[in-house]
Design a protein around this ligand. Sequence first.
Ligand SMILES: Nc1ncnc2c1ncn2[C@@H]1O[C@H](COP(=O)(O)OP(=O)(O)OP(=O)(O)O)[C@@H](O)[C@H]1O
Ligand SMILES: O=P(O)(O)OC[C@@]1(O)O[C@H](CO)[C@@H](O)[C@@H]1O
Length: 316
Amino acid sequence: MIVTLTLNPSLDRTIEVGSLTRGAVIRAAAAHLDPGGKGVNVSRALLANQVPSCAVVPFGGDEGRRLIALLSAEGIDMVTVPVTGPTRSNVALAESDGTVTKVNEPGTALSAAELDAVAEAVLGAASSADWVVASGSLPPRVPADLYARLCRRFARAGILVAVDTSGPALTAALPAGPALVKPNREELAEATGMAITTLGDAVEAARRLRAMGARTVLASLGADGAVLVQDDGVWYGEGPVAEPRSTVGAGDAMLAGFLAAGACGQEALAEALAWASAAVALPGSRMPGPADIAAVRRDRIRTSTADPALPLRPGG
Ligand SMILES: Nc1ncnc2c1ncn2[C@@H]1O[C@H](COP(=O)(O)OP(=O)(O)OP(=O)(O)O)[C@@H](O)[C@H]1O
Ligand SMILES: O=P(O)(O)OC[C@@]1(O)O[C@H](CO)[C@@H](O)[C@@H]1O
């Protein structure tokens, strides 16, 4: 059982446009509304592939009620925690060449009592968990070491914790020894202060995150694929997507696939890439099911030992 915690969930609106021009009126080709937030997406991807998962989700206001209604309609197993502030709405503009521009609201602050209620909900849900996935940004004024405290608490209970976050929350979590972190390229650069321009840079940055305390680093590199660094090896893989539709939530699908496949070695990396590629080919943040993933797995995923000289796409 995989429990996910999304402290800052969202209603995600993805708007498909030909291309973006600042200051212009742009007529959208299509729009999608999805339940969002990184942990929520991990649970949605797991559910779509019949892997047991429970999502812990604080929610507030009309947006929060809409979020919970959308998750219920998908059949997500969840523990909901009512809070006073409204759940945020995030917007993604997906251009026809696959470029996605995201505007994420900060979310609303949780009171100390609300934070305690969420922590209690996670501890309760995790009593039968193998993994707890702590994913996404922290709402305003939530202490940056919250994920670190969860890592320590669950380590004592023998439960593995995966952390997918950015900024101070990621830096604070590392010394608490998370079993897994899933930074993207920007987060790798931010956490290490390194410029990531080659695969070798990404591997070196992932090694530094391990030196700071993370046991396994699964670093996603956008269209360049992903690199996995753990005790028994370093692997690289990619899964080109012929017609990228929306990359929103691709990293979450990747994390879900990696955990579903056992979170270890080249095979799990290949599965993670198949889930991510399948997600990129779908609109909005729709999570791929077995048929979407099987189509990708058959012919497109390539994994290998990591060639440090491989250049990454500029600015990716
Ligand atoms: N344009 C693309 N073409 C092919 N694959 C892609 C593309 N963008 C992303 N992917 C796949 O999705 C994975 C995750 O993407 P990315 O590194 O952007 O994660 P992320 O920033 O965590 O995403 P999100 O926060 O939206 O979930 C990549 O490792 C790659 O396998
Ligand atoms: O603002 P955060 O918490 O960093 O990211 C939130 C978010 O961008 O992540 C998901 C995609 O990974 C979306 O569903 C959601 O809008």
